[in-house]
Ligand binder design. Structure first.
Ligand code: NDP
Length: 338
């Protein structure tokens, strides 16, 4: 089967020639394992963090000897796990960047193509969806009438945060990097004001626009980007505001760390609560998340977009596109037919 490897560890933004498609032999199936045919694979910003062998994080770094790995939806071909049989559709955090993969059955969940397209289990109904829902409900704890600011608003996580905020009666301001994304946010996702951050060349300019869009201040900030966005949000936070620190994608390709926002002291003066989180803290709430979001999706009350890349060989391009803002909604790679 074929799999994608990293040839060297990138400095700054990775380049496409640092990825390589190679033929590999599949390991023999052991008890508890499942052989899956990959249908869809996910590219996610956190994978950039796994390309730093020197940095200890919540998941171990990739190596140059093994294929890259990540979330995937597939079909069970052979099973030595009692929960799964050939033909089942499954999603898991392993098996991506390959056409076929041997994965532990314990990490898999069966999915239903009748509820949503299979690729949605990598996005709105999958890990990014749970991230959006848990950051909002468990950390920001929104109240009706409050103002929510979401950066990275047109992405996989951000686009669901915005819509769940609207459904909870909030005023929602989102920021994204193109006029097309902003139009989708306002016209389809129901966001009150979408700001194209590329129109603002400094934190001061973004602050002015955010203050105009959030005249009563920002009660809840869902942080996906960092840098200038965090500085502008801190300028506009209301007293007793809450900040969910989900990610800081603007930082992931920097070779030298940037100085932090100079207005961090607003955390103190305004009694702000900021909490970082990783989605794995909330895995136990996945059923509660699915019980809320799957019906909303079926009723058309939640919308989702996907940017589809065709073929395993397009996976590096799909991944690098995340850092150029090429994707609207969830970026997914089709590896094989349904
Ligand atoms: P997205 O679908 O949002 O894709 C990434 C988007 O980020 C791009 O489309 C681009 O949109 C934007 N972006 C890229 N570089 C920059 C930059 N320098 N400045 C501003 N925006 C940028 O990805 P996800 O929804 O999967 O992830 C969103 C965030 O959530 C990331 O920070 C990620 O690390 C984090 N995350 C955290 C998890 C956790 O457990 N804590 C779990 C999952 C995700 P644009 O055109 O708007 O620039």
């Amino acid at each position: 089967t074929r799999a994608i490897f990293l040839k060297s560890f990138p400095k700054g933004l990775p380049s496409p020639d640092q990825f390589e498609l190679r033929e590999i032999d599949l390991p023999a199936l052991k008890d508890g394992e499942v052989l899956m045919r990959v249908i869809w694979m996910s590219v996610d910003p956190y994978m950039r963090g796994r390309m730093r062998p020197d940095i200890k994080s919540y998941i171990p770094p990739f190596t140059l000897e093994d294929p890259l790995d990540g979330g995937a939806v597939g079909e069970v071909v052979e099973s030595k796990h009692d929960k799964f049989k050939p033909g089942d559709h499954i999603v898991g955090f392993q098996g991506g960047w390959r056409e076929y993969a041997v994965v532990p059955g314990d990490g898999l969940t069966r999915v239903d193509a009748g509820i949503a397209p299979l690729s949605a289990y990598l996005g709105v109904l999958g890990m990014p969806g749970l991230t959006a829902w848990s950051g909002l409900t468990q950390i920001l704890k929104p109240k009706e009438g409050e103002t929510l600011f979401v950066s990275g608003a047109a992405g996989a996580v951000g686009s669901l945060v915005c819509q769940l905020g609207k459904l909870r009666g909030m005023r929602v301001v989102g920021s994204a990097g193109s006029p097309e994304k902003c139009e989708w946010l306002e016209k389809e996702a129901g966001v009150d004001v979408a700001l194209n951050y590329r129109n603002y060349d400094s934190a001061g300019a973004l602050t002015k626009a955010l203050a105009a869009a959030a005249p009563k201040g920002v009660d809840c900030y869902f942080e996906n980007v960092g840098g200038m966005h965090l500085e502008a949000a801190l300028n506009c936070m209301a007293f007793h505001g809450r900040i969910a620190l989900c990610g800081m994608i603007a930082m992931y390709n920097l070779s030298e760390p940037e100085p932090g926002p100079p207005n961090l002291v607003n955390m103190v003066a305004r009694s702000l609560l900021a909490q970082g989180f990783i989605v794995s803290n909330y895995m136990h709430l996945a059923p509660q998340f699915a019980a809320e979001v799957a019906p909303l999706l079926a009723q058309g009350k939640v919308k989702f977009r996907e940017s589809v890349y065709e073929g395993l060989e397009k996976a590096p391009e799909a991944f690098l596109g995340l850092f150029r803002g090429e994707n609207i909604g969830k970026a997914v790679v089709r590896v094989g037919p349904d």
